[in-house]
Write a protein that binds this ligand. Structure first.
Ligand SMILES: [Zn+2]
Length: 83
């Protein structure tokens, strides 16, 4: 569930709200019940952060694939004259 950042036009305070994608954005400030606007750039930052985590996880599993590649030269060796 993404965290949306809001800023209040009335009191100027910023606050975060945990909402589903299907949920409508908050319009009232939690501090003064004034007009609040959602900061869209904040949610984009959170999506970018999850993307970095995925690439980091993929790099950890990479060494297993490199081992498989090191085993592949064996069929080629059987065809060489020295064997
Ligand atoms: Zn406010």
């Amino acid at each position: 569930m993404p965290i949306y950042e809001y800023i209040c036009k009335d009191c100027g305070k910023e606050f975060e709200a945990l909402q589903k994608f299907s949920e409508k954005p908050l319009r009232k400030c939690v501090h003064c019940s004034g007009k609040a606007e959602r900061k869209i750039s904040a949610s984009a930052f959170h999506l970018k952060g999850s993307g970095w985590y995925k690439t980091d996880y993929a790099s950890k599993s990479a060494p297993k694939e490199s081992k498989k590649e090191s085993d592949s030269p064996k069929p080629d060796c059987s065809s060489c004259p020295s064997c």
